[in-house]
Design a protein around this ligand. Sequence first.
Ligand code: HEC
Ligand code: HEC
Length: 251
Amino acid sequence: MKITTLFVAITSLVLALTVGNLVVADSHAESAKPSESLATDVNTTQVSTQTGGVETPENVIGDPQQTADPAPEKLDQASIVPQSDEDKAKGVEVWGNIYKVLSHPRCVNCHVEDDRPRWSGKQYGKTQLHGMYVHATATRVGMPGQQMCSTCHAKTNSDVPHGPPGAEVWALAPPEMVWWGKSSDELCAIVKDPAKTGGRDITAFADHIGHDPLVAWGWEPGIGREPAPFSADETVAMLEQWLALGLPCPE
Ligand code: HEC
Ligand code: HEC
């Protein structure tokens, strides 16, 4: 009699632990998924698995980005200044055109601090929060298991007016990359501050513009939407020119 009770107790304990583990593993899998679309998170994960969490001098100094992308050393942007007044004036002018791209509705609608994508630009009439109660949440891709961006945003644009636009990935930019509502001088300081660019220097920033499918969407936004000005290649060239002129910001 006693042994049976003990047996039952142990069996239920084992069962409870197994179920508990399954639940934990499951919710982990779910929460890990959305963040995989953000390169920064992926890089961080790679670093910790590769080093096993042990901090040798190399990984302390080593830059997480370099593990996945053997990029050259980061620019020391604080020390880059125009070499002449002429360079400064020309550089500020070049920045003005870069600002036209970065502050365009096709870009800033996703680069917001809160978790509400914006509907702004000519085709929307007035600027508004994304309809249908869309919240990106901390995942930046919607509520896990409920309404995700990909529920509506496919990998290509809808060909129906006011249908959901689409790209390879569709996510709200991380909250530190806030461009919405920023003036030219504010945004200039932001793109030069690695704390607000996910650690990217201007070279890596330009590279993202040249290669990211989501950025490319800004120039192929689908029916009814006006594309961002210039082109991705021209924007990359402007960023290179701005760098060569000492990265001046308007005052
Ligand atoms: C219920 C469907 C649905 C969901 C879920 C959804 N969207 Fe949308 N989204 C749309 C539709 C439809 C439009 C186009 C509206 C229009 O053109 O009038 C749109 C437009 C947008 C735009 C504006 C694009 C532009 O510049 O014109 C952004 C930005 C956007 N969505 C981001 C997101 C993000 C980020 C998520 C996930 C957090 C998301 N959406 C989830 C349906 C959805
Ligand atoms: C649908 C949402 C969305 C739209 C539209 C969008 N972005 Fe982004 N953007 C993101 C996300 C998400 C990231 C983070 C990607 C990462 O870090 O890998 C990002 C990151 C960036 C970065 C890297 C920023 C940094 O500070 O390091 C640049 C540059 C960028 N976007 C440029 C643009 C430009 C230019 C446009 C318009 C032509 C644009 N984006 C439109 C979602 C968007």
